[in-house]
Write a protein that binds this ligand. Structure first.
Ligand code: URA
Length: 255
């Protein structure tokens, strides 16, 4: 077909089309490109590209936690290595690490489950309603976190929507808990609720375990009903009172 365009106008038009992304010259008659033989050059795949990448050993979060925990020689160091531990997804949903509260070196160390909303905000364990009940329970046997109780949780980060911690989360944080206990050097442990019994004693069934002294990490361990459970089931406070008396008797050397 004859073109009415002069050379300069045709060139300007072509450049404009290229700028718009045109890659093919359009011919006067339609072309069924699906019917054309496949002449596109095949991408060359080198031998290296065909070989799957060597399998890198999958990180074992429990092994990483064990060696990080073992590297800590003080509570401050332990807090720092836990803060730097990146293998627990809970960390990403939490505001901050909730490490401990109370008096390091105290005769009693209480181990709860995990921070809730208030604890996540405050950066301290047991400061919400369950924590306030815990303080009243402790006061009833002359214990006080500002003097003779040290408190931590199995998990230092708040689980989303306060869901139950997953077994793998408990497993990867347990080496830190064990090191925490070794560095805090309590005379007795109180395992509050099932998650704590799972992490410390490798046992579940708190209603059966509660009130009976057990042994772990060379320490006496008293499983107790969790204060959050007592808030929901006030009738169980009788059992909690009996367990508190058991704890006091042990601390006074009477059992
Ligand atoms: N429940 C726990 O187990 N720990 C806390 O810190 C708060 C509530």
């Amino acid at each position: 077909m004859e073109s009415a365009l002069d050379h300069h106008s045709a060139r300007a038009l072509l450049e404009w089309q290229v700028e718009l992304g045109v890659t093919d010259a359009i011919v006067d008659t339609p072309v069924d490109r699906y019917a054309l033989p496949d002449t596109a050059p095949k991408a060359k795949t080198s031998k290296a590209a065909q070989t799957p990448p060597p399998k890198t050993a999958k990180t074992d979060p429990v092994a990483v936690a064990k060696s990080a925990a073992a590297s800590a020689n003080s509570l401050d160091q332990l807090r720092a290595v836990m803060d730097g531990f990146e293998h627990c997804d809970l960390k990403r949903g939490a505001r901050q690490l909730v490490f401990s509260d109370g008096t390091p070196g105290a005769p009693v160390m209480i181990v709860g489950e995990a921070p809730g909303r208030e604890e996540d905000r405050a950066g301290k364990p047991f400061v919400g309603r369950a924590g306030q009940l815990l303080d009243r329970m402790l006061a009833a046997i002359d214990l006080d976190r500002t003097e003779n109780v040290y408190i931590t949780n199995v998990l230092p980060w708040r689980p989303p929507q306060n869901r139950d911690p997953k077994p793998e989360e408990i497993a990867m944080m347990t080496p830190f808990l064990e090191r925490h206990i070794a560095l805090a050097k309590p005379k007795a442990l109180v395992a509050m609720g099932n998650i704590s019994c799972q992490a410390i004693l490798n046992k579940r069934g708190i209603t059966r375990l509660r009130g009976n002294w057990d042994q772990a990490l060379s320490l006496p361990v008293l499983p107790m009903l969790h204060p959050a459970y007592l808030l929901r089931q006030p009738h169980a406070k009788r059992q909690a009172w009996s367990d508190l008396l058991e704890l006091r008797a042990r601390l006074e050397g009477k059992t």
